[in-house]
Design a protein around this ligand. Structure first.
Ligand SMILES: Nc1ncnc2c1ncn2[C@@H]1O[C@H](COP(=O)(O)OP(=O)(O)OP(=O)(O)O)[C@@H](O)[C@H]1O
Ligand SMILES: [Mg+2]
Length: 337
């Protein structure tokens, strides 16, 4: 019964493992039971939880009390060193020559915890987005006044400074508008759009970051790129995430080439950077929520990209060579009308 139970179950006595069912072996990432038996349970319990477990082991063997202990959260450490969030309940199975034999049932709560974290972070992100949109809105009104008066001054005086001021104000205006559009709650709005225009708009937002990293963005777009049926704001999010990643991967500068190519049915957009590349063992993790190697990264950028592209019936795949750079390939279906 215990052996085939889908729930991981272990039996231990005096802190030493004496039995694990199949589900428990799988959870801990071991190959066989033999590998585990005789080892201390504390080898697999996160250090922060040692004190709690010690207290529970005393309580479960206490003759004067009910010897069933409810599920409590305990973090375990798998064989590969990865932490997993679990909940564990324990009961004294029997007592053998004064030694309590304890059966513990483990529930893997890591998926649930990840989802909760994801929800929390996404909520936080959207709050920040709303705040930023509010700020952008506040900037727009004074900007309109500044533009108007600068135009007036320009018509009165022939100073070239006013032309420069107007150009710069227009740039701020573009950025603020783009920002407000992006932070609008996205109701799916599928229409034919020119990807080239979407990417050009996104570059306006990211140009400052590119320049400060000495990154040159080179467009290699085909002449008559066909329009794609898409939600422009969602695709802009995708391009922002990809381009930001590329810029962040080139802290000492380099080129980011954005290349397009099309067949009668598909549009290929490739983002080729000369950054530090991605180690092979990390390639498979790209797009997993919270996978990040950056101190301030959320690790949600690529996940969002995959989701949006999938919703557009497109595909995305990443090729990378360490030390040479990374290419993010996106492919979109072209609607034949
Ligand atoms: N062009 C790239 N070159 C090198 N590494 C990359 C590139 N794109 C993504 N990565 C790697 O993939 C990880 C995940 O990227 P993702 O965009 O999902 O999150 P992030 O950039 O770390 O954080 P966020 O996008 O939320 O700021 C990055 O931390 C980085 O290690
Ligand atoms: Mg990113």
């Amino acid at each position: 019964m215990v052996e085939i139970s889908p729930e991981p179950i272990i039996v231990h006595s005096e802190e030493i493992l004496i039995f694990l069912n199949r589900a428990a072996i799988k959870l801990i990432g071991a190959d066989s039971q033999e590998e585990m038996i005789g080892r201390s349970i504390f080898d697999f319990i996160h250090h922060d939880y040692h004190a709690i477990v010690k207290r529970r082991l005393l309580a479960v063997g206490d003759k004067d009390k009910d010897n069933y202990l409810e599920f409590v959260p305990i973090e375990l450490i798998r064989i590969d060193g990865e932490n997993i969030a679990t909940e564990i309940s324990s009961v004294e199975a029997f007592n053998f020559l004064g030694r309590a034999v304890i059966q513990s049932v483990i529930r893997d709560t890591s998926a649930r915890k990840r989802n909760e974290e994801l929800l929390e972070r996404t909520e936080k992100l959207s709050t920040i987005g709303q705040l930023a949109a509010g700020v952008a809105h506040e900037i727009r009104n004074p900007l309109t006044a500044l533009k108007g008066f600068t135009q007036l001054l320009k018509s009165k005086y022939s100073d070239p400074y006013f032309t420069i001021m107007l150009e710069e104000l227009n740039r701020i205006n573009l950025i603020v508008n783009e920002f407000m559009l992006l932070s609008k709650p996205s109701i799916s709005d599928m229409k034919p759009n020119h990807i080239k225009i979407l990417i050009d708009n996104v570059i306006i937002l990211l140009q400052a970051q590119a320049i400060s990293n000495s990154v040159l963005i080179v467009n290699e777009f085909t002449e008559n790129m066909p329009p794609i049926s898409c939600d422009p704001n969602q695709l802009k999010q995708v391009f922002i995430n990809i381009i930001r990643n590329a810029i962040e991967a080139m802290p000492n500068g380099g080129n980011l080439t954005i290349h397009s190519e099309e067949t009668p049915e598909k549009l290929f957009i490739r983002f080729i950077d000369q950054g530090n590349g991605i180690p092979k063992e990390q390639l498979a993790k790209l797009g997993q929520p919270f996978f990040t190697t950056k101190e301030k990264g959320t690790g949600l950028g690529l996940m969002v990209c995959y989701n949006i592209i999938e919703a557009h019936k497109g595909t995305m795949f990443i090729e990378s060579e360490q030390g040479r750079g990374t290419t993010v390939n996106t492919i979109f279906p072209i609607q034949i009308s």
